[in-house]
Design a protein around this ligand. Structure first.
Ligand code: IVH
Length: 682
C-alpha cells in the first residue's frame, strides 16, 4: 500500500469521488457506461482503502457510504410532516375539462398548470437537513410511512449531500426501476425459480421495502423528485419554480414537463404523451396535472383523500385480443422450463406481439388458458407481453389443455417440480440449455476448483463442441485449447495441470460439483461421509437418504431423480474413467465403523420416549430409520399398540425388538462406540 499524506489523500479522495459520480451518471442515468465494471470497481476500491487509512476523510456523501448496512429486524414508522395525498383520476379529456371548471370556479380567475409524466413507481418523502440527506420514508397510508433511509441511499443518482441547500427540505418523489433493469431482474427471477414481479412498480417497491439494504443495492433503481412538502430558508411560489429549484440543488428531476396556460394545452400535452409514453426508459402510466401557483394550491385545499389542485390523467390500458396458436416450453440457462404462448401477431401499444410469457404451469391453470383460445394480451410493465385472461366464450371445442412436459424438451432428461415451488426444472447434467452454467458451477471454487476456467472460456469450449458435459473437461487435449482466444501454449499447459489437480478434490466436492438441486456444500459433505462413494450414493433410495438426519424428502427426491438419468450415469462413468476420485476411503471406513452402520430400523407403536428421540439414537449410531417394512429391514422396534408393520415384520421374519431389547441394543452399541473412540482418540 502506498502511504499518502493527509493533504494528498484528501485531493485524491475528492478526485475519486468526482470520477465515481461521473460514472454512476453514465451507468445509471444514461444507461451507457464508458468504463468497464472492473475499472469502476478499481476506483471504488481505491477510495475505500484511502478512507480506511484516513477515516477523517469519510463524508456522508461519499459513494462508499452506499454499501448497505446490516439488515433491520423491522422498519421504523415515520410520521410525515404533511400528508402525502394521492390523486383523483381522469380517463377522458372531458374529465380534465370538468376538473379545470371546478378549479377556475373556486379560484375566480384563469389558471395555469404544470403537467408531468406520472411515474409508475414507489412514492417516497426525503428529508435534507442543512443539505444532508437524513431520512427517507415510504408513503405508507399517507400519514405514516416506513423509514427506508438506508435503502434509499442505495439509489446511486440520489445525492446524499446538497452543496447549497435550505435549512430544511422535505421533498416528495417517485423511486422506480428502469424498464431494462426490470426485464433483466424478472428474467433472473424466472431462471432461478422465483416468481417474477408483475410490473416495475412492484419491483421498485419490493427492492426498497427490503430489510437488508444489500438487496436494494443489488438492484438498479432511479428516482425523480416532484413536490416540495416543506422548505425552510427559501421561498418558492410556483410548481415551475419548485421543479427548477430542485434541479438546481442537484436533485434528479424529470426532464419532460410542461407549463400550460390553459386546459386545452394540458389536454394536448397529455395526448402527445399517450403516444410517446414508450419513449422513456422508465414506466409512466399517465400524466399529473397540477395548478402552478402554490398559493392557489393552498387555498383550493384538499378533500379527504386528494388535493383539489391536481388530477392524474391515466393512459388507456394497452391490451389486444389474439389467438394462442401454441404453447411452447423454453429452458432457461439454469434449467427452469418456462411455458410461452405463441400468438397470432397483434399490435399492442405500437409494438407487434407474437409471444407472451405464461410464467409457469400454475398460472396457466389458474387463468385457464388453452391452446387455440382467444386471449387478452397486454404489455406488462411495458416490456414483457403477458396473457391477461382467456375468452372462454369464444371457444369452439377444438382447444387443447396444456400439460407441462415430463421430459426436458432440450435434452430429454426427466424434469422435477419440487414441493412448494412453481418452477419445473430439467435435471440433465449435460442439457445443452444449462450446460454453460453447469460447467461454471462444476469448476467453481467450492466445487472442483479448476482455476483458469471462467465464463469466456466456457463459452468457447461449449460453442465449439469441445465440451458437451462437465466430464469432457478431463478429456481436453492441448491441441484443443491452443488457438482459443487468449490461450497460448503456456496457459494451455497451466490449464491442463489445473484440471489434472482437480481430480483429487475428494468425494464431497465432486458431489457438490454435480450441481444436484438443493445439494449445497454442507449436504454434499454429509452425503460423502455417509455413502463413501459416488456409486453408493447413486444407488441410494429415498428412504436411505431420508434416514440421514440432515436430509429431508425434498433433497432426497432431487438426488434420486438426478442419478436415475442416463446422462448422469454416462457422465459419472466418464469421470471415473478419467481418474477423478469418486470414493472416500476414509469416510467409507468411518461410516462402516459405527456400531449400527448399515442397519435399517422401523418403529411401530408407542414407546416411552418420543419417536424422534428413538430415531435420533439410531441415527447417531450409524443406523437408518425407514417408515415401511421391507426385506431390507433389519429390526422392527415394537411399542404399545403396534400397527400393521408389526404383522408385516412377523410375516417377513424380521427381528422384533420390544422397547427393553431396543434400549439394550442401543446401550451396548453406544458403549462399543465409546470404547473405540478411546482407542482412537481424535
Ligand atoms: S404529485 C398530492 N407528480 O402518482 C399530489 N405524483 O396518486 C402528489 N406520481 O401517489 C402527487 N409521478 O406517487 C405527482 N410527477 C408526479 C408523479 C406522481 C408519479 C404518483 C404519486 C402518487 C400517485 C398518484
Amino acid at each position: 500500500m502506498v502511504f499518502l499524506l493527509l493533504e494528498e489523500a484528501r485531493k485524491r479522495v475528492e478526485e475519486l469521488r468526482k470520477e465515481i459520480r461521473k460514472h454512476d451518471y453514465y451507468y445509471y442515468v444514461l444507461d451507457s457506461p464508458i468504463i468497464t465494471d472492473a475499472e469502476y470497481d478499481a476506483l471504488v476500491r481505491e477510495l475505500v482503502e484511502l478512507e480506511k487509512q484516513f477515516p477523517e476523510l469519510v463524508t456522508p456523501d461519499s459513494p462508499t457510504q452506499r454499501v448497505g448496512g446490516e439488515p433491520l429486524p423491522e422498519f421504523q414508522s415515520v410520521e410525515h410532516p404533511v400528508p402525502l395525498l394521492s390523486l383523483a383520476n381522469a380517463f377522458e379529456p372531458e374529465e380534465l375539462r370538468d376538473f379545470d371548471r371546478r378549479v377556475r370556479q373556486l379560484a375566480g380567475t384563469d389558471v395555469d398548470y404544470v403537467v408531468e409524466p406520472k411515474i409508475d413507481g414507489l412514492s417516497v418523502a426525503l428529508t435534507y437537513e442543512n443539505g444532508i440527506f437524513v431520512q427517507g420514508a415510504t408513503r405508507g397510508d399517507g400519514y405514516t410511512g416506513e423509514d427506508v433511509t438506508e435503502n434509499l441511499k442505495m439509489i446511486r443518482i440520489l445525492p446524499l449531500v446538497l452543496p447549497s441547500a435550505p435549512r430544511r427540505l422535505v421533498v416528495r418523489g417517485e423511486a422506480f426501476m428502469p424498464k431494462k433493469a426490470f426485464a433483466r431482474l424478472n428474467e433472473e427471477r424466472e431462471n432461478s425459480g422465483e416468481p417474477p414481479f408483475a410490473n416495475p412498480r412492484n419491483a421498485a417497491a419490493g427492492s426498497i421495502r427490503q430489510l437488508d439494504p444489500k438487496v436494494t443495492a443489488s438492484r438498479t433503481l432511479g428516482i425523480y423528485l416532484y413536490q416540495i412538502l416543506v422548505i425552510e430558508g427559501e421561498e418558492i411560489k410556483t410548481q415551475v419554480e419548485a421543479l427548477e429549484f430542485l434541479k438546481k440543488l442537484g436533485l434528479p428531476v424529470q426532464e419532460h414537463w410542461c407549463h400550460c396556460q390553459n386546459i386545452e394545452e394540458v389536454i394536448e400535452y397529455c395526448l402527445e404523451w399517450t403516444e410517446k409514453r414508450h419513449d422513456l426508459n422508465y414506466e409512466i402510466d399517465g400524466m399529473v396535472v397540477k395548478v402552478n401557483s402554490l398559493a392557489l394550491q393552498n387555498s383550493l385545499g384538499t378533500t379527504a383523500k386528494s388535493p383539489r389542485w391536481a388530477i392524474a390523467y391515466k393512459f388507456p390500458a394497452e391490451q389486444a385480443v389474439t389467438r394462442v396458436r401454441d404453447i411452447i416450453v423454453r429452458v432457461g440457462r439454469t434449467g427452469v422450463l418456462t411455458p410461452t404462448a405463441v400468438l397470432d401477431p397483434v399490435q399492442v401499444g405500437g409494438v407487434t406481439v407474437s409471444r407472451a410469457t405464461l410464467h409457469n404451469e400454475d398460472m396457466i391453470r389458474e387463468k385457464d388458458i388453452r391452446i387455440g383460445d382467444y386471449v387478452v394480451v397486454q404489455r406488462a410493465g411495458d416490456v414483457i407481453p403477458e396473457v391477461v385472461r382467456s375468452l372462454p366464450e369464444r371457444r369452439t371445442g377444438e382447444e387443447k389443455v396444456f400439460r407441462m412436459p415430463e421430459y426436458c424438451p432440450v435434452c430429454g432428461a426427466r424434469v422435477i417440480r419440487p414441493e412448494g415451488e412453481v418452477a419445473v426444472r430439467c435435471t440433465g447434467i449435460a442439457c445443452p440449455a444449462r450446460l454453460k452454467e453447469a460447467i461454471l458451477h462444476f469448476v467453481s471454487r467450492e466445487a472442483m476448483d479448476i482455476e483458469g476456467i471462467g465464463p469466456a472460456l466456457v463459452n468457447q469450449l461449449v460453442d465449439r463442441g469441445l465440451v458437451k458435459d462437465p466430464a469432457d473437461l478431463y478429456y481436453l487435449r492441448k491441441e484443443d485449447l491452443v488457438g482459443l482466444e487468449r490461450m497460448g501454449e503456456k496457459s494451455a499447459t497451466n490449464l491442463l495441470q489445473a484440471i489434472e489437480r482437480s481430480k483429487n478434490r475428494g468425494l464431497a466436492r465432486l458431489i457438490y460439483a454435480l450441481g444436484i438441486r438443493y445439494v449445497g456444500v454442507r449436504a454434499a459433505e454429509i452425503l460423502a461421509e455417509r455413502f463413501g462413494s459416488i456409486d453408493a450414493l447413486a444407488s441410494a433410495s429415498i428412504e436411505d437418504l431420508t434416514g440421514i438426519p440432515e436430509i429431508g424428502p425434498k433433497i432426497a427426491a432431487s438426488i434420486v431423480s438426478f442419478f436415475r438419468e442416463e446422462q448422469t450415469k454416462k457422465v459419472l462413468e466418464k469421470l471415473a474413467k478419467a481418474g477423478v476420485k469418486t470414493k472416500e476411503e476414509k469416510a467409507e471406513a468411518k461410516a462402516a465403523e459405527k456400531p449400527l452402520a448399515g442397519k435399517q430400523f422401523v418403529l411401530t407403536g408407542a414407546l416411552s420416549i418420543p419417536r424422534k428421540e428413538a430415531e435420533k439414537l439410531i441415527k447417531e449410531l450409524g443406523g437408518t430409520v425407514t417408515s415401511s417394512v421391507s426385506r431390507k429391514t433389519d429390526y422392527v422396534v415394537v411399542g404399545e399398540n403396534p400397527g400393521r408393520k408389526y404383522d408385516q415384520a412377523r410375516q417377513l421374519g424380521i427381528t422384533l425388538l420390544d422397547e427393553k431389547a431396543f434400549m439394550e441394543l442401543v446401550e451396548k452399541s453406544g458403549r462399543k462406540e465409546d470404547r473405540e473412540k478411546e482407542d482412537f482418540p481424535g
